[in-house]
Design a protein around this ligand. Sequence first.
Ligand SMILES: N[C@@H](CCC(=O)N[C@@H](CS)C(=O)NCC(=O)O)C(=O)O
Length: 391
Amino acid sequence: MKKLVLVSMFVLVALIVVACSAPAPAPSAPQVVKETVVVKETVIVQPTAAAKAPEPTKPAVAAPTAAPAPVALGARFTAIKSRGKVICGSNDQVPGFGFLDKATGQFTGFDVDFCKALAVAVFGDAKAIEFRPVNAAQRGPALQTGEIDVLARNTTWTVSRDATWGLFVGVNFYDGQGMMVDGKKYPTVKTLKDLKDASVCVQTGTTTELNLSDRFREEGVTFKPVVFDTADATFAAYQGGRCDAVTTDISGLVARRSLLNVPADHKILDVVMSKEPLGPAVPLGDASWYNVAKWTLFALINAEELGVDSKNVDQMLTSKNPDVQRLLGVTGDLHTGLGLSKDWVVKVIKAVGNYGEIYDRNLGPNTPLKMDRGINKLWSKGGIMYAPPFR
Ligand SMILES: N[C@@H](CCC(=O)N[C@@H](CS)C(=O)NCC(=O)O)C(=O)O
């Protein structure tokens, strides 16, 4: 029995060795090769003093220490650089995300800060931006025509938008669609079924409008959509009692509830009607600009993960952590492939903070919105926020 086990182990090891070392033969007709080998004499060659170990084969690609060639900038990135500012398609009606303070003329918010990060990445200056407010229906065409360099405006990443509007650079806020009612008027409403024959205020040009009809059809519930083209109009109608309920992304409901006369009267149902992965997008056609936008987002998330923030970023320049060193450009030449300066991430984090700081400043516990991080916590802290590495 022991022998059998030993033999089968030997066969198994032999099979593994053969499978791992021998390249798979090209599929061809089996050939029988007959060869006669004549062994003449065995000659032992003594190594001479001059004999050297064989030269190692040269790697096919340049050694990792060689500086990479600077990236060829695409047309949009080149135009942005010569224009001296980034044109950012943003929201102006959603507090905490993209909001225009009419008194000061300043844009603020979580998405606005992404545009600032981009401006710092390229120009080292958070003011090198022009904001162009776009409503839901205007944003697709604004990307398609290339009127804006980036759209950073609570926009859901979908396949059709990726294919026809522009390229999404990633997700900066994982959201879902919600439903809000006046809790005083409708204290018993808890589910979508409870909204049978209700009128629902909704904004056109949104995934919201499409999900609304999908979900109610699925539930077999009849309803009346009342459609508007801006958030201001949608929520004014809801406040004025033209609809029984209002629907949009849950973040949008929390944000817009803060502007209602008595926010506490309005309850967001405990229902998630869809997946709404929100993120910035850039026009099609310039891979170099797409990369800059993508890696700006990833830099913000990685900085939080690595404990680099706006206050400690200078100290972090002496960190022994190789991941921090690469992120901050202390080692390596990762910036070259992006067409940015060596210290671009340092400047971005110093000016706008890391992802967590941006979240807290605009949406966190010390803001009127007090939005829990939820699934937007880092993957290492129980959430799903995750960025590819600087490597
Ligand atoms: N995430 C959804 C909805 C985004 C959306 O447009 N939401 C509205 C309601 S909060 C909004 O931002 N409106 C502001 C405006 O149109 O100015 C989408 O991408 O379609």
